[in-house]
Structure formats: C-alpha cells, structure tokens
Design a protein around this ligand. Structure first.
Ligand SMILES: [Ca+2]
Length: 503
C-alpha cells in the first residue's frame, strides 16, 4: 500500500499540478523534473527502495486532543485538522514523554527519553547528545532541505515570541530557520486576566498566565498567522531536493489571543460547559498529584473558568485555520502525493477536569496528545495502539527509506499505518519531573518519586476513564500496584540504558 513506483508517481504529480506558466515552458521543464525525480529515486533506492517523501511536521503548543472535533469535541470545530484526520491515521492513544514543553520537545526531536538526556527543563538537548543527529538533522544529513518556522524546540511563550528569539533551538538541525514574532498579550483588543485576579483589578499581563484577548485585526497580526504565511511560502518554493519542514504554532498556549471572529462560536462565555465537579475529588490523590494550576490557586470562579474554556477554544479555532492555510499550500504546490504530513502537540492540557488547568499533570488529558499521520497512498484509519511521540523519529526515517539509528529509544510505528489494528507496545511512558506514568490498555499507573515515596495513583481506565477513583490504597489492588512498581523500575532502568553515558 505504501510502496509505490516513485518515479511514475512523482512525475505524474508534477505534471498533473504544474502551474500554467510552467507548462508553457514546454518539454524542457518536464525533462528537468524527470531528471530531479530520477535523482531522488536513485537516492531512495540506495537506502531501502522506498520513496523519499517530503515531511511536513505541524505541531501545536499545549493542545489537548479533547478540544478537537475529530477527537469528539462538539463545541470547538476544527475542520482543517479534521480533514487531515479524514485522510490519514488518527491515533487515539498517543502519549507525550514529558508533560510540558521543554522535555517533550527535546525527547521526540532527539529520539531519547527525558531521563536519558537529562533534559527536564527548558535547555537545548545538544549538550546531552553530542554530535548525534537529531530527527531533522538526520534528514539534513541525508540530503534534505530542513527548516523550522517558529517553535519546534522549546521557546518561551509569550516572552520568546514577543522578542522573536530562537529559544532552546538547535541550529545544527536546520538548513534555515525562521521566527515569528507577535504581540501576544499586548495585541490591541479586549483583554482580561482570569488568573489570580479575583477582584478584577489586574490589567492584562504577560507570562504563563491565563489571559484572554479578543484581538482587533486579522490573522497576520499574530505569530501563528505569520508562521502559516512563511510555511506556505517555503512549501511553494521549487527545490531540487526533498524537504523536512517543521511548522510550530504557539496557540492554544496562553495567553489565549486570537482575532475577534474566532470567539463568536463560544459567546457568551456563560454557555461554555465545565467538566463535572465531584465532591471530594482530590481526597484520594497524593499531594504531588494535585496539579500546579487549579481553579483554587488560580482564584478562578466559574465565570472565569467558562471564559478560560471559551478563550482556549478560540485559540484552537484560530490555530486550526492556520493549519488549513498550510495544508492548502501543499495541495496548491502539487505536493500532497509526495509529502508525509504529521499533526500533533507537545503535550495535552486540562480544561477544568478535577479543577485542574493547563499541563504538567500526568493525568489523561495532560499526557495524551493528538496525533495524525498521513502518508500518501495510505487508507484513512483510526489506530488505538499505544504510541509515543518519541516514535516519530524512527517511524518517519523508516517511511522515507532512511536508516533508522539503532540508538533511538522509540519504536518504528510505520506498520500501524498499514495495519491500524496492530499494536507496537504494551505501555506508554511519560514523566513530569516529579512523577512517572505507565499507561497500559486498561490501566493508568502514576508514581511520584523514583521509589514512589511521594505517592501512587492507579486508575481502572476501562471502568473509570475520567480517573475519579484512585485504587492505589485499595487492598484489592495491592497485587496490581506491586506489579506496576516492578514494571516502572524496569522501565526506568531501560530508559537509562542507552549510548549517551549518563545515569
Ligand atoms: Ca507546550
């Protein structure tokens, strides 16, 4: 299914979609195109006789799968991400390896778990990996043009976006790189600080704060509008080599800022529904399991909570529209049939479940990520296998016929694209700096501390998918907990067994 005669496919794609002005140039151009396609075919055959696809990697920031209509949200409509899902494989159980930006991005970009590189903060992973190639760098080393637009490695939002700086980027990964400065919370419009502002006296502020701004002006006022425009421009450029293009959108990361029109479906904010609130919901959760942002410590009453949901959704809708522009550019360039498209987020997000907000938590909404992979010629599918973002590097290398370095800690999940009923792993693994998650088919096991000294959570995900009842202290589940403790110890040991020489 995935293997096609690249020579024929590539030439057809180019001929079918050649813009009129280029057709007029006649047979000379067609011959040139055939030559380029021929060279690329030869290179690919030298590796694994597979086509050397372009790679378009689109990543949103702080996006929970629960906010997307293709993942079942009935309030927030995301038609552009949905149309990619409709022709690709949508993974329903993909997990990040770190539940906040820095470690998650450093992990999938290097192919190592956070406890292998030691990157649990917001630094570049380069020092930890030495001269080993990152995911994009591996493609660069194999003749690809590699570029990033905006946030692929960690960048501070909103500060780094306001400043237009590179953040914890890795220059060796890219042929070219582009930042997309934007006004963020300073965008003109109607703004409100929701967090830590119970009497409403605080002005709109920056930083990692829940702020909603209904902004004046159009998409191009904002960082993500500029990111989409630059990505479209790069896609439209004719090159004599395949590309690996990383497109990083910063919404729906706070501040929730978007042009006014994107807010309309979510007004009035009082119409937004909140997750069910359970009396005593926190009583069976260890202190280390209470998220760093809660309705309580953010001092957000229900009006503010509903506005936070509406503001988040408006940011998602705005980001989705930018994704649409990039997908359109790929189609307009005639490159859909030779480009692998991936859409994901660096981690999930709480929108009031358990009165938790934002990321870092190891609960389902925060550790699960949306993941859609489209490979040309592939049948659309929904895959329920447990997968990890760390799998992207080996998978995409394999799909493009590049060698897959032995040292990588993820799995090649490309077999799932041919058979979505298959499975590649028994458990997904994630961390948040003080805790560890093992997510199996029927269970979520969370342990705080290397020896579980700060507590344990165990959830029966079949009967309690919203994680209301922690079974860790229930004597009936003592054997399950014991087994998970052993599995976790083995997993931590495996993660630390690698070629980086750190322990
Ligand atoms: Ca993030």
């Amino acid at each position: 299914m995935l293997r096609k005669d690249w020579n024929v496919m590539s030439i057809n794609a180019e001929q079918d979609d050649l813009p009129a002005r280029r057709v007029r140039m006649g047979s000379l151009l067609v011959i040139a195109v055939m030559l380029v396609a021929g060279i690329r075919t030869t290179e690919a055959r030298d590796a694994k006789e597979q086509p050397q696809y372009n790679v378009l990697f689109i990543i949103s920031d702080d996006l929970t799968a629960t906010a997307l209509s293709c993942y079942g949200n009935t309030v927030c409509s995301t038609p552009n991400i949905d149309r990619l899902a409709a022709r690709g494989t949508r993974f329903t159980r993909a997990y990040c390896q770190g539940t906040y930006c820095g470690p998650s991005r450093a992990s999938f970009l290097t192919g190592y778990y956070p406890h292998a590189t030691g990157v649990l903060g917001y630094n570049s992973p380069r020092e930890a990996i030495g001269d080993r190639a990152t995911w994009p760098q591996h493609f660069k080393n194999h003749g690809y043009y590699t570029a990033r637009v905006s946030k692929i490695y960690h960048m501070g939002v909103p500060g780094g976006i306001e400043a237009g700086t590179d953040g914890a980027d890795d220059p060796a990964s890219w042929t070219e790189r582009f930042n997309s400065p934007g006004p963020e919370w300073k965008a003109p419009g109607d703004g409100e600080t929701l967090e830590g502002n119970p009497d409403g006296s605080k002005p709109v502020v920056g930083g990692n704060t829940f702020v909603v701004v209904e902004a004046d002006g159009d998409d191009m006022v904002h960082s993500d509008g500029k990111t989409a425009a630059k990505a479209c421009e790069l896609i439209a450029q004719q090159r004599d080599k395949p590309f690996f293009l990383g497109v990083g959108f910063v919404r729906p990361h706070v501040p929730f800022v978007a042009p006014r029109s994107y807010y309309e479906p979510f007004l009035p904010y009082s119409s937004m529904t909140l997750p069910e609130k359970i009396e005593g919901d926190w009583n069976d959760i260890p202190k280390a399991g209470i998220n760093y942002k809660t309705s309580l410590n953010m001092k957000m009453d229900e009006r503010r909570q509903r506005k936070a949901v509406g503001g988040y959704y408006a940011s998602v809708a705005f980001m989705d529209a930018q994704v649409g522009k990039v997908l359109d550019a790929l189609k307009d360039a005639g490159l859909e049939d030779e480009t692998i498209v991936i859409f994901t987020s660096d981690h999930g997000y709480h929108l009031g479940e358990h009165d938790f907000w934002a990321k870092v938590s190891l609960h389902e909404e925060s550790a699960l990520v949306p993941l859609i992979i489209h490979v040309p010629g592939q049948e659309p599918a929904v895959c329920r296998s447990l997968v990890e973002l760390i799998d992207l590097y080996p998978t995409v290398a394999s799909l493009c016929g590049l060698e897959v370095p032995e040292r990588l800690q993820g799995e090649d999940i490309s077999p799932l694209l041919e058979d979505p009923t298959a499975s590649v792993r028994d458990a997904a693994f994630s961390v948040n700096g003080r805790g560890f998650l093992l997510r199996e088919d029927g269970w979520a096991y969370i342990q705080y501390g290397e020896e579980a000294e700060r507590g344990i959570e165990l959830f029966d995900m079949k009967n309690d998918p919203r994680q209301y009842t922690n079974l860790a202290e229930n004597p009936e589940y003592a054997a399950v907990v014991k087994t998970f403790r052993e599995k976790m110890a083995a997993r931590l040991k495996a993660v630390r067994t690698n070629d980086l020489g750190r322990h």
